[in-house]
Ligand binder design. Structure first.
Ligand SMILES: Nc1ncnc2c1ncn2[C@@H]1O[C@H](COP(=O)(O)OP(=O)(O)OP(=O)(O)O)[C@@H](O)[C@H]1O
Ligand SMILES: [Zn+2]
Length: 696
């Protein structure tokens, strides 16, 4: 029996790293959560090991907290800390049971044997003989159940020995729109059957492969996941399904809940604290064996996973923005490996990395037999204005159209016509965007907002120009076509009702940012439009091509399901850009081949490990100095390069292109060590550091 626990106290300080030794409380093990005295603080801590010996004088934990983590998640947390140059404490914090809620306990009433007898007697004798009122008889009949508002009446029956009342946990179940809607399970197409067979064949082996389900839009990938999930449950194994942001893809949850019912737990930020806690507990106890959720659901406390699915694996939301900057796709792969589960990443527009690393299974056709819509590139070079006349004509003809413009708000920026002043965010080096309906100009980076200016504070002119058009303006302009126009972007709080209204409408236009291109399945969209295909292409970023190809292909994929003659128009000032040209030809193989060649030539992922270190500071010059110091410790790294000021902080970055494979870990450690050294130096006390491994 080992008497000592090693723990990681959960603090955010980068410098502080455990493990620290404490006396082992009874019944604790790896994964137990404790409250420990730590210096002058009391901290939550996770037990990461139990040992026999310690060189220190040991303190005793203050108490054992409820809900332990499973041991495999503790391993995962420690791996996460190393893989993403973070600390064990920060990584383990991501895995904790949801905070801010406890089990909900309510009073539960059930009949005693006397109560049962009374019910039977009542049938013969009638209620009055037993001195029960009609209401009391009915109450007794309805047991067992939670007491609720009838507690008073039940207490009187309890006093007569007919009822027993005691506390009992009561689940707070999330409301699903799909409850009770059991959609019929369609027979699989031959392609789907082949894909399913490939998944199940490798799932049954000792070391299942990692698969990429590369299926064109509308090829029925979800049905393949559902069948694979059913087979996995039959084998007694659990299923984890990761999806992009939940609010935008309610259909996925609906399908899983519709097919598997209560064994599905959902984990996402829109749940109340109590619901989230209860879902976590159901997963932890094994009461729920399927979990559907976004990025953070990759940490669901599940036992004996047999299948891990990453749907729409190209989606940017799988990368965490906070520290550790983990990539849920890599974590999913790690979890699948830990459990001997098969990993299935699915997409119509997979990332070059996935094509390179995973075994590909294809769904080359749409399930409904429809062909891909014809894509026409509209050259914007000689046509000023947001909507080209050709596009306008097509919109007039279309019955149901989706229009993508990746800029929200009314106009992009404001200038003074007299002195040229540009309205900028006081915290960030970016222009403020006009949101007319909110009567505000706002920063899309920090959320700063101010009233729409009436006069220029520099020169007093009242002539202020609005430049460019965003989704809000477009919504307004397209209303002239005499059809309902619906808008979907980050300013719209609830996507569900908008999507539902569009689905129901006989004729309508859906306008929005890239969320309109996500995996929505509308049967009768006859026109798709990308208004500014160059917007993503212009980003100074090695993923610009990949993102543009995905956006155009995904938007095109929403059109023409189940009906012939659908069209897609892509407006661009760069008609020969490969990402746009390949997307217009529905040629993902051609695109991927070219993109992988380019990445190899430039040593970008998957041919290198990209590590980005960003130094920031509120004090002038400190970020650049810190980045220079880091650069000096990382021979061959690029930078330091200034980034635009964000939230009042100057920023400077250093980028390291490390090797892949066995050398990757050393490169991460080298970057981590450089950051630790520099952050410990008093000269850079005013700087903050972020390390992004596999930077996007
Ligand atoms: N075998 C089948 N027979 C008939 N209908 C099917 C079959 N499989 C799937 N479907 C239906 O086809 C539609 C498209 O399927 P699904 O949304 O899964 O496609 P997808 O491959 O995920 O597309 P995307 O990549 O665009 O999200 C859905 O309405 C689904 O119910
Ligand atoms: Zn700002």
């Amino acid at each position: 029996m080992s008497h000592i626990v090693q723990v990681e106290p959960l603090t955010t300080a980068r410098a502080l790293r455990g493990p620290f030794d404490y006396v082992r409380p009874d019944g604790t093990d790896v994964g137990s959560l404790l409250e420990v005295p730590f210096g002058r603080q009391r901290l939550t801590a996770v037990v990461t090991g139990v040992v026999d010996h310690s060189e220190h004088r040991l303190a005793a934990p203050l108490r054992v907290l409820p809900d332990a983590l499973p041991a495999d998640l503790v391993d995962l947390g420690l791996w996460l800390a190393r893989e993403y140059a973070s600390t064990p404490a920060r990584a383990l914090s991501l895995l904790l049971p949801p905070r801010g809620a406890r089990e909900r306990v309510q009073l539960w009433a059930h009949r005693t044997p006397d109560g049962d007898a009374a019910i039977q007697a009542e049938a013969h004798l009638g209620a009055t003989e037993l001195r029960l009122t009609g209401k009391q008889g009915a109450l007794l009949q309805a047991l067992p159940r939670f007491a609720g508002p009838d507690l008073g009446a039940l207490r009187r029956l309890e006093a007569r020995g007919l009822v027993e009342i005691g506390p009992r946990g009561r689940r707070r179940a999330p409301q699903h729109t799909a409850v009770g809607i059991r959609r019929p399970q369609p027979g699989l197409t031959a392609d789907q059957q082949d894909a399913l067979d490939a998944i199940l064949a490798t799932a049954a082996t000792d070391r299942p492969e990692r698969l990429l389900l590369h299926g064109v839009t509308g090829s029925g990938k979800t049905e393949v996941y559902l069948r694979a999930a059913a087979a996995t449950l039959e084998r007694g194994r659990a299923v984890l399904i990761l999806v992009p942001e939940i609010g935008l893809t309610p259909q996925m949850i609906d399908r899983f809940v519709g097919r598997f019912g209560d064994t599905v737990a959902v984990l996402h930020s829109k749940l109340g604290a109590g619901e989230r806690y209860d879902e976590w507990r159901r997963l932890r106890s094994g009461a729920a064996r399927v979990c559907v959720g976004p990025r953070s659901a990759v940490f669901a406390p599940m036992d004996r996973l047999g299948l891990v699915v990453v749907d729409e694996e190209h989606d940017g939301s799988y990368k965490n923005e906070g520290d550790p900057r983990y990539d849920a796709r890599l974590v999913a792969e790690k979890r699948a490996l830990q459990h001997g589960a098969v990993l299935v990443c699915g997409s119509a527009t997979p990332r070059p990395e996935s094509v390179h690393a995973l075994r590909r299974v294809r769904l080359p056709r749409r399930v409904d037999g429809s062909s891909m819509p014809a894509v026409e590139i509209v050259d914007l070079r000689h046509a000023p204005g947001a909507v080209h006349p050709r596009t306008h004509e097509a919109l007039v003809d279309a019955r149901k159209a989706i229009v993508l413009l990746n800029r929200r708000g009314w106009s992009n920026f404001l200038t003074c016509r007299s002195c040229g002043r540009v309205w900028e965010c006081p915290q960030c080096d970016v222009a403020l965007v006009l949101h007319r309906s909110q009567d505000r100009v706002a920063c899309h980076h920090c959320g700063h907002a101010e009233a729409v200016p009436g006069t220029c504070p520099d020169c007093g002119s009242i002539s202020i120009a609005r430049h460019g058009a965003g989704t809000e303006r477009l919504e307004h302009d397209l209303a002239a076509l005499g059809r309902p126009v619906l808008r979907l972007d980050a300013d719209v709080r609830h996507a569900g009702p908008v999507l539902a209204a569009f689905e129901r409408a006989d004729s309508a236009i859906l306008v929005g940012t890239q969320v309109v291109a996500k995996g929505h399945d509308f049967p009768d969209v006859d026109l798709g439009v990308v208004l500014d295909a160059d917007a993503t292409l212009r980003f100074p970023d090695f993923r610009a091509e990949e993102r543009t190809f995905a956006l155009v292909t995904q938007l095109a994929g929403r059109a023409g399901r189940g009906n012939a003659g659908a069209r897609v128009l892509v407006q661009t000032i760069d008609p020969t850009a490969p990402a746009i040209a390949f997307a217009a030809r529905h040629d993902s193989d051609g695109f991927l081949r070219g993109e992988l060649e380019r990445r190899e030539a430039l040593r970008y992922p998957p041919f290198s490990t990209l590590i980005r270190i960003v130094c920031s500071s509120e004090s002038t010059g400190v970020a650049h100095a810190a980045a220079t110091a880091i650069h000096a410790r990382l021979p061959g790294a690029l930078g330091p390069a200034p980034l635009f000021r964000l939230r009042g902080r100057e920023r400077s970055q250093v980028v390291l292109k490390g090797p892949v494979g066995p050398g990757r870990r050393a490169a991460v450690e080298q970057a981590d060590a450089a950051v630790r050294e520099v952050s410990a130096d008093k000269a850079y006390k005013a700087a903050a550091f972020s390390v992004d491994v596999d930077a996007q």
